[in-house]
Design a protein around this ligand. Structure first.
Ligand code: PHE
Length: 449
């Protein structure tokens, strides 16, 4: 039986929703702050290499698994390779999805706070130092952080309850191009700031002395985070792709757009950081300090700010919807429960994780895991452990276990598209490059290298 879990009305709908999943806070909030912490240029180069060598091949493999069976991870593996233990890795996706979405919703809450304060005309009119204090005061207020996080969760689950088809498709298809345009306007604005070239040098001058192992790990985790890889989300979404869509082209287009948005975000942020004499390594609060300072010097700043945070909100919710869909689809398929019940259980679990993460900067700031508060811990293990592990499993499964015919059939749509170069490249990456690279990172974690 083909489960009626979620549905996309049109092919463009499924692809637009996949872009919606990929483009989000990962690109606009996480990428700049990670680049800032890891010294800029060299980090970005490693990030781009990770997208090319690991990201695109793993995205294509998730598409192959999903589209060939029109099922999500567990059912797909059962159909493609009956009896294979790989289906157990659906659990990595579920756990990873819950943990990542839990802390991600906290940042979505921050976006709503900033949207609220820009729309009500209170955001602008401060100095850069004041913006840093405003952010710290905000996150250390337990009720305000929790309130916005809860509001976001409610909106997220309301959209899910109405069905992805109506919710995401409509939102994603008009807001992505708009967000893109807005970023271009902001890029031009930032490039015109005095001393903007310092920021561009920071972004694009490659100096490996700044990087170290931590930077390499961060860049790889960020590539997976930004492309929504390794947590089976793209398997579920691609199970709705039409049989005639070109998976190679789609994966390259989606990864390309996603990477472009991240780079544009960098070009908006760093020239401004240097122009205003701020520090690039401010961590997760980076964009919340810089953006108001940027909007402030633009004519009509309040309108730009409001529009931007509104679009960022939409970009975030299309990502959290795809993250929430992982446990929801899993429960429906595995335990044969109704969609409503699966949504309710996911909502409860996610709310617990989100509220605890929202309190990481206030009430629970003393609770540390691996020396980090809960929010920072999840922001580390989500991408840098769960997603990489899921990616490793996907690469091994498609590279070594899955029949070559299935891959060929899916990537070329039964020989319709040529793949003389792409297919060997993908297989080589899945068999050797991705597993070796990810295993090296894990060896680094356990202190062997
Ligand atoms: N890719 C999303 C972003 O960049 C986050 C995400 C991760 C979404 C994993 C779905 C699955 O914001």
């Amino acid at each position: 039986m083909k489960q009626k879990r979620i549905g996309f009305a049109t092919r463009m709908g499924a692809i637009a929703a996949t872009v919606g999943s990929a483009v989000g806070l990962g690109n606009i909030w996480r990428f700049p702050y990670q680049a800032g912490e890891n010294g800029g240029g060299a980090y970005i180069l490693v990030y781009l290499i990770c997208v090319l060598l690991l990201g695109i091949p793993i995205m294509m493999s998730e598409f192959v698994i999903g589209r060939s069976t029109h099922k999500s991870m567990k059912g797909a593996v059962e159909e493609l390779t009956p009896g294979s233990p790989f289906k157990l890795f659906a659990y990595i996706g579920v756990l990873g999805g819950l943990l990542i979405c839990g802390y991600y919703c906290v940042v979505c809450g921050w976006v709503i706070e900033y949207l609220w304060s820009s729309a009500s005309g209170n955001l602008l009119g401060h100095t850069p130092e004041e913006y840093s204090n405003i952010f710290s005061t905000f996150v250390s207020s337990p009720w305000r952080c929790v309130m916005w996080t809860l509001l976001f969760l409610i909106l997220n689950f309301l959209v899910l309850n109405r069905g992805v088809e109506k919710g995401i498709e409509r939102i994603a298809s008009f807001m992505m191009p708009l967000l893109f345009l807005l970023l271009i306007v902001f890029c031009v604005n930032s490039l015109l700031l005095p001393d903007s070239d310092e920021g561009m040098e920071f972004l694009f001058d490659v100096d490996f002395d700044d990087l170290g192992w931590k930077g390499v790990v961060d860049a790889m985790g960020q590539a997976f985070m930004s492309l929504s890889l390794g947590v089976t989300c793209l398997i579920t979404y691609s199970s709705y792709f039409k049989d005639d869509s070109n998976l190679m082209k789609d994966a390259v287009t989606i990864s390309g757009l996603d990477t472009l948005v991240a780079i544009l975000a960098g070009i908006v942020i760093f020239p401004a950081v240097f122009s205003f004499g701020l520090e690039p390594n401010a961590g997760p609060k980076l964009i919340f300090e810089i953006l108001p300072t940027i909007f402030q010097q633009m004519p009509g700043g309040t309108i730009w700010a409001t529009l931007f945070f509104l679009l960022l909100f939409f970009a975030s919710i299309t990502s959290t919807i795809s993250l929430s869909e992982i446990p929801i689809t899993f429960m429906i398929d595995e335990y044969k429960i109704s969609r409503g019940k699966a949504i309710a259980i996911t909502a409860v679990l996610m709310t617990i994780i989100a509220v605890l993460s929202a309190l990481s900067f206030s009430t629970l700031s003393d609770v540390k895991l691996l020396g980090r508060n809960l929010f920072d811990f999840l922001d580390f293990v989500g991408p840098n452990f769960f997603m990489l592990l899921g990616g490793l499993v996907t690469a091994i499964y498609v590279g070594w276990v899955l029949k070559k015919d299935v891959i060929h059939e899916q990537l070329t749509n039964g020989g319709m598209h040529r793949s003389r170069f792409v297919q060997p490249y993908i297989i080589f990456s899945l068999r050797y490059i991705a597993p070796v690279a990810i295993v090296i990172i894990f060896l680094y974690y356990v202190g062997i290298i």
